[in-house]
Design a protein around this ligand. Structure first.
Ligand code: ATP
Ligand code: MG
Length: 830
């Protein structure tokens, strides 16, 4: 990877002296200090408890700031660990929260981290070097010229608010003075009284890191040094080099090494080089780490005690608030299926290509529609007001436009055959019945002409019905998806409350309300976080449909998380690092990945990572993956220990006729626009074909338009019939109806096979098996391979099917070139 080719030196970490204590219960050896040196150089830097340090993190230029509380070797003695108190840099506080400061932060300001539990045990080999952290009184001015190695603390940050650092905390962790820096040699705490222990425990209750520590210390042996004591002691017996000297040494060593190993390195900015020389102890960072180093009893014990202590301090026990809402969602370990063959992978790739082609063609069509719409504007003056001028459309809010484009694409995907009629429909429908607010312009340019007249409110019942039925209108409620909503809500909420991670896989055929439901869940959760009902979390969403290449997913996620722009490779490396490093990751990240099917890559890496990251111990990541394909996880996780990922699954069933009826009715919200039997007819038709709410809404909306033109009051049977006819009377439907019995059976077989696979592609061989079965059902002689192939070719020749050109024969892949609904409609509805 390009990212890792940067210059670096090897650092060597060694304990100084013998262990100063041994914890018999936890089986850890406590050490007083750790030395760091650069390979090939004699100078060493010494890190001791009490010292402030920089710790390698996601961002090479801004390592984490922390203070060492404890140094120890794990049971095996192989791992050097440190327990730290985190400080949060300005850049780590969400920009929206920084406003709470009421002033602009100082560039070198850090905040004492007092938030909810976060990993405080780090690999000691990720320690970079010592730094200076100075406590300042709230009113004290920041120094005018600050060097890059001194940080200033005035406030603490707990993910919600800034507060002056608790004085008891400062007593417990005094401001570093040279004495502490020089040698906080651990002194046996045998003289400590039980009362003192209790006091120190009390004073540290707010500090989650210390909380863990205190809990551990309760089980510690007499020889384990008491933190509080240790930190207050200076060390007369170890006059180590002054911090600045140490730093200087290290810097020099690194510069020298840099000069040696790569003459090309630019010496112009020593500071930058220092950071780019950051050592990377990959051994402890690889995904395998979790497996190599299973949770020791100690760390799991610590977690227990931590959660015991957390719950009372978290206020009115959030779990009780939600326990009634929580429901067990089907959680399971997925079976590992057979290995996919190469061809199958290629096939999937093709589908994704085809889908992106679809996207492009939809964009083109959209533009054509737009032109059409403008040309025919005199024909349909009323609606013209909703049609934004091209300029306006181009300059309008990017995201919003893309969302509409997606909605439009979806509409076309489910009803491929009525672009002509669509030109008359408004391109922009007001979302709600209320007054139309002017659009938000993120990038306002002077050239945008404003509307000549303000947009009009929908004038009558039908017009309003049409607006409400538009697929891009946000419904006020989501009937028939209450259970799914609850389950997804509880899943994410519980992860956010517990500070853990996980992945939920939501699947279902198009138009079953997956996107609408998940987005509504996230909207409600964001609201809950805003109202402080649940801890704040970071929410990011991406959509496979919005990418031309699946690897862009990395770059998009990174940019949305950090604002950082990077190439896909670099972003992948940064995300990998972000989700595998122990770090003061205070807030859970919720990542919504819609249209996951389209992120299929030959090596399946993108999808695999999306499923894998949430399982990382430090990630605090919740992934909500939405896809049409039921068995994608099985397909991806082949050979990759699927069992480890214990996915939570949720499948959205197609809507029944009653449900579709209810959805339309609720969308209309007591607006009496339809005759009852008319609505029933649409719902029955759509339920019989696909159970796709999008299609149902489209047909209803079209029927409303027809009704408007015929100047009738209510949408009746005739309008609905006409809409249904239009929707399904494309040349494709005509072509399907004119095919032979065997060809029609073959098309049926294609759909049966697609449904079985949960995919929109199959091999000829797979379809043939279905075809033969259908022949038997129909009492026909099952077709042979060559006859079947001939049928398939004919359907390919008239473009009802798309056939894989490079491969002929039974393994040839095929796709439908029309929507499944059109096929089913053509074959069923006579
Ligand atoms: P795809 O797999 O194609 O992405 P999807 O399952 O994500 O489909 P949505 O986009 O959520 O489907 O729904 C399609 C349309 O139907 C949207 O306009 C949505 O608002 C509407 N819809 C779906 N379910 C409901 C419901 N229960 N109540 C109201 N509207 C619904
Ligand atoms: Mg969707």
């Amino acid at each position: 990877m390009k990212y890792f080719t940067r210059l670096r030196v090897k650092r060597i970490y060694e304990w100084r002296g013998a262990p100063i204590g041994f914890n018999r219960k936890l089986k850890t050896s406590e050490y007083g200090s750790l030395s760091i040196r650069v390979e090939g150089f004699p100078q060493t830097t010494v890190i001791r408890a009490g010292q402030h340090i920089l710790i390698e993190g996601d961002d090479d230029d801004n390592p984490y700031v922390a203070r060492v509380l404890r140094l120890f070797a794990d049971e095996s003695g192989a791992q050097k660990k440190a327990v730290v108190q985190w400080f949060v840099r300005v850049s780590e506080v969400p920009p929206s929260k920084l406003k709470l400061l009421g002033r602009s932060p100082h560039p070198q300001e850090v905040f004492f981290y007092e938030g909810r539990s976060c990993e405080d045990e780090v690999n000691a080999e990720s320690v970079l070097r010592p730094v200076q952290v100075r406590h300042l009184e709230a009113a004290a001015p920041f120094p005018v010229s600050a060097d890059g190695d001194t940080f200033y603390v005035k406030l603490s940050w707990d993910s919600r608010t800034f507060r002056p650092v608790d004085p008891s905390l400062r007593r417990a962790l005094p401001a570093p003075d040279p004495a502490v820096m020089r040698g906080a040699t651990a002194t046996p705490a045998s003289s400590r009284k039980p009362g003192a222990e209790a006091e120190s425990l009390h004073s540290l209750t707010k500090l989650s890191a210390s909380k863990c520590l205190s809990a551990k210390r309760r089980g510690a042996t007499q020889r384990t040094p008491g933190i509080r004591k240790r930190l207050q002691l200076s060390s007369p017996d170890e006059p180590a080099a002054l911090r600045d000297d140490v730093l200087q040494q290290l810097l020099e060593a690194e510069l020298l090494a840099a000069g040696r190993s790569a003459a090309a390195a630019s010496p112009s900015d020593p500071h930058r080089i220092t950071h780019s020389l950051t050592p990377r102890r990959r051994t402890s960072r690889t995904p395998g780490r979790r497996d190599d180093v299973p949770l020791t009893p100690r760390s799991s014990r610590r977690r227990e005690s931590q959660s015991e202590m957390d719950s009372p301090s978290a206020g009115d026990d959030p779990s009780s608030r939600t326990s009634s809402r929580r429901k067990e969602v089907q959680t399971g370990t997925e079976p590992v299926l057979e290995v996919l063959d190469e061809e199958e992978e290629n096939g999937a790739l093709r589908v994704s290509r085809r889908k992106s082609a679809l996207k492009v063609s939809s964009r083109i069509r959209k533009q054509l529609n737009l032109l059409d719409g403008q040309l025919s504007s005199d024909e349909d003056e009323e609606e013209e007001e909703f049609v934004p001028s091209r300029k306006e459309l181009q300059s309008s809010d990017e995201e919003e436009e893309e969302d509409e484009e997606l909605a439009a694409k979806k509409s076309r995907r489910s009803s491929s055959s009525h672009t002509k009629q669509k030109t008359r429909t408004p391109k922009k429908t007001p979302r709600k019945a209320g007054p139309i607010t002017p659009r938000r312009h993120r990038h306002v340019t002077p050239s945008i002409p404003n509307r000549a007249q303000p947009a009009r409110r929908p004038g009558n019942v039908l017009e309003e019905a049409r607006a409400r039925l538009h697929v891009s209108a946000v419904p006020e409620s989501l009937p028939c998806r209450e259970q799914e909503f609850q389950d997804i809500y509880s899943f994410v909420e519980s992860k956010v409350l517990d500070g853990t991670g996980g992945c939920m896989y939501v699947s279902g055929v198009p138009g079953t309300g997956k996107t609408a439901t998940v987005q509504e869940v996230m909207r409600c959760l964001q609201l809950a976080a805003e109202q402080d009902e649940i801890p704040p979390f970071v929410y990011v969403q991406i959509n496979g449909m919005k990418m031309t290449d699946p690897h862009q997913a990395y770059a998009q996620i990174l940019q949305k998380l950090t604002g950082q722009k990077a190439t896909a490779d670099h972003a992948a490396a940064l995300l990998e690092k972000r989700f595998s490093n122990p770090a003061p990751r205070k807030e859970t990240t919720v990542l919504l990945v819609d249209e996951l099917d389209l992120l299929w890559t030959r090596k399946q890496n993108v999808m695999y990572n999306l499923f894998d990251w949430p399982t990382r111990r430090h990630a605090r990541l919740v992934v909500l993956a939405i896809a049409n394909t039921m068995d994608l996880p099985e397909r991806i996780l082949i050979n990759r220990v699927a069992s480890r990922l214990g996915l939570t699954r949720m499948s959205f069933q197609p809507y029944s006729f009653k449900q579709l009826q209810q959805i339309v009715t609720s969308r209309l919200n007591k607006l009496k626009a339809f005759e009852d039997d008319a609505l029933q007819l649409v719902s029955r038709k759509v339920a019989a074909l696909s159970g796709d709410a999008r299609r149902c809404l489209d047909i209803c909306r079209r029927a409303t338009e027809i009704c408007e033109r015929s100047a009738a009051g209510l949408v009746g049977m005739s309008h609905v019939m006409e809409a249904l006819d239009e929707m399904f009377s494309s040349p494709y439907v005509a072509a399907i109806r004119s095919t032979s019995t065997q060809e029609q059976l073959f098309l049926r077989a294609v759909i049966a096979e697609f449904r079985r696979l949960g995919l929109e592609e199959a091999t000829f061989q797979q379809v043939l098996v279905q075809h033969q079965a259908l022949c038997r059902v129909e009492g026909l002689q099952p077709v042979g391979v060559s006859e079947g192939l001939a049928v398939c070719r004919r359907l390919g020749a008239c473009r009802l099917l798309l056939l894989e050109p490079s491969r002929l024969g039974v393994l040839q892949r095929l796709w439908l070139n029309v929507s499944q609904d059109d096929v089913l409609f053509a074959l069923k509805a006579d």
